[in-house]
Design a protein around this ligand. Structure first.
Ligand code: NDP
Length: 345
């Protein structure tokens, strides 16, 4: 068995030296326990937060501990009457090839006849649910409105744009590079797609949002937020889902420790726009809406079945490549939901 442990907390961007690959014997399940063999490991932006010790909505990974992560796994041995060898499950087993779990650590059973197993980590799992719930509870796109989303070719953003269109809104996607933008327009049916690395990005965004922006699904922050903010309409809704442009900034985390960063000079202007344009900015962590998960599975399952929501996966082969793939995710090197294929069933 193999596993990646966290060896050092990153300063700025994570580096390969922050991780160590360890080998061990395959663990034996005890009484009532289940041995899982991991098939797919999900790599997600939130993992950058877990690498830092700063207090957040979830506890950090301890130094020397296995990196956290969602996984699709197969039951290899079971000492529990509810699970049989060969079954597929969704679990949170982390960056490793094998894990011993109890039934409480199994999130759900998976049936490959209903949806491909890997989608339980993407469009038909946590990222898809994040998109669906953030729109249902906060964004609330209405027919004819304009929605903007960045990281739009990724796991969350691609679902956000497509769901918004199914609800009758116009979807404008922002992504890094012409290839990702072409994918948004030509394959996913976004109404417009803009490259955030273009020198005239802000002007292009303004031109694509002639009637302003009614819903901005915030995934990135940074320069994208700067360009969006002036275009927000009265009563615009902003589900604040992620701020990936800042995840490698050490100053981004300081606000949680009670030390406010100095560059607060734009705060009054921001607050004035919130007031005078009656904006709703509302942060959320997807698990807050977990009671709606069954409804999500039904609606998204239907859309996937009828080809109304499409998805793209970026699959890296071999657990040994997990750190470099994760480092690339924070820089936009992935194209679609990033997964590591750890083993075949
Ligand atoms: P993605 O598959 O979208 O991958 C991340 C993408 O972010 C990159 O491919 C890159 O795309 C984009 N990106 C990185 N840096 C920048 C930047 N400086 N400016 C603009 N874009 C950038 O990841 P996910 O779909 O998994 O996650 C998207 C967001 O949703 C993240 O912020 C994540 O933290 C958040 N999230 C929040 C949850 C919640 O419960 N609140 C749950 C799940 C995710 P490109 O090449 O297009 O720039």
């Amino acid at each position: 068995a193999q596993r990646w442990v966290l060896t050092a907390r990153p300063q700025g961007e994570p580096t390969p030296e922050n991780f160590r690959l360890e080998s061990a014997h395959v663990p034996k399940p005890g009484e009532g326990e289940i041995l899982l063999g991991v098939l797919y490991l999900s790599l997600d932006p939130y993992m950058r937060g877990r690498m830092s010790a700063t207090k957040s909505y979830a506890a950090p990974v301890e130094l020397g501990a296995v990196m956290e992560g969602g996984t699709v796994a197969q039951v290899l041995r079971s000492n529990h009457p509810d699970y049989r060898a060969g079954e597929f499950v969704l679990s949170h087993s982390g960056w490793q090839t094998h894990a011993v779990v109890t039934p409480k650590q199994i999130l759900r059973r998976l049936d490959p006849a209903i949806a491909p197993l890997s989608t339980a980590l993407g469009v038909y799992g946590m990222p898809g649910f994040t998109a669906w719930a953030g729109l249902r509870e906060i964004g609330k796109p209405k027919p004819g409105e304009t929605l903007v989303v960045a990281a739009a070719s990724g796991a969350v953003g691609s679902a956000v744009g497509q769901i918004a269109r199914l609800r009758g809104a116009r979807a404008v996607g922002i992504a890094g590079g012409t290839e990702k933008c072409a994918y948004l327009r030509d394959e996913l049916g976004f109404d417009a797609a803009i490259d955030h690395r273009a020198p005239d990005f802000a002007e292009q965004l303004k031109a694509a949002c002639a009637n302003g922006i009614d819903v901005y699904f915030e995934n990135v922050g940074g320069a994208v937020w700067e360009a969006v903010w002036p275009l927000l309409n009265e009563y615009a809704r902003v589900p604040v889902c992620g701020l990936i442009a800042h995840y490698n900034d050490d100053s981004y985390r300081s606000g949680f420790n009670g030390e406010l960063p100095v560059a607060a000079d734009r705060l009054p202007a921001l607050m004035r726009s919130v007031l005078t344009r009656s904006l709703t900015l509302r942060g959320f962590i997807q698990r807050e809406f977990v009671q709606h998960y069954p409804e999500f599975l039904r609606e998204m399952g239907d859309w996937l079945h009828h080809g109304q929501v499409l998805y793209r996966e970026d699959i890296v082969d071999g657990l040994e490549h997990a750190p470099e793939a994760f480092i690339g995710l924070l820089k936009g090197r992935n194209f679609g939901k990033l997964l590591v294929r750890v083993a075949d069933p």
